[in-house]
Design a protein around this ligand. Structure first.
Ligand code: GNR
Ligand code: NI
Length: 170
């Protein structure tokens, strides 16, 4: 297992559209294991392969308090979305220390392959529903700040660039 580097907004690579995984083989299982380790280390509830500069449709998540229920989604598709929408506060490991409100479907049903390559379906609500939609956006090259106003996004970009310059100097 290995800790992977998480790309930071506004890195243009975060806007790459991920390709479907052709087969859940040893390479994908290694990626999944490294992503899980990276997500737990960063204390995130989810991580998309896009964030670690791998542009294939792979997501890991764990929305449990105990951090003991890893979920792997390979080639995920939303098969149902509730008409009901819900606004909640989101954050992102690629946009550290920025939190803002985003409107998403309140409930979704996702179909994906697990680490074993078997297809399964999962109904999500609450944080899990938010997380699945947030991660599937990453696979499409979309970061949650793109739902915010241009003004907010520009401020976030400036703040992130300033922060990475400061980190480089340190
Ligand atoms: O750790 C994370 N927390 C979070 C909180 C509210 C809504 C979405 C998220 S996902 C985020 C991890 C991450 O950046 N995944 O892409
Ligand atoms: Ni994110």
């Amino acid at each position: 297992m290995a800790l992977l580097n998480i790309l930071r907004y506004p890195d243009p690579r975060l806007h790459t559209v991920a390709k479907p995984v052709e087969a859940v083989d040893d390479r994908i299982r290694q990626l999944v294991d490294d992503m899980l380790q990276t997500m737990y280390d960063a204390e995130g509830v989810g991580l998309a392969a896009t964030q670690v500069d791998v542009h294939e449709r792979v997501i890991v998540m764990d929305t449990t308090e105990q951090r003991d229920h890893p979920i792997v989604l390979v080639n995920p598709e939303l098969v149902e979305k509730s008409a009901e929408m819900k606004v909640s506060e989101e954050g992102c490991l690629s946009v550290p220390q920025v939190y803002d409100k985003v409107e998403r479907h309140a409930r979704v049903k996702v179909r994906a392959m697990g680490r074993d390559g078997e297809w399964f379906e999962m109904e999500c609500e609450g944080l899990a529903a938010v997380c699945v939609q947030h991660e599937m956006d990453h696979l499409m090259g979309r970061v949650f700040v793109e739902y915010l106003s241009l003004l907010k996004r520009d401020r976030i970009k400036t703040k992130m660039l300033k922060k990475s310059r400061e980190e480089q100097r340190a």
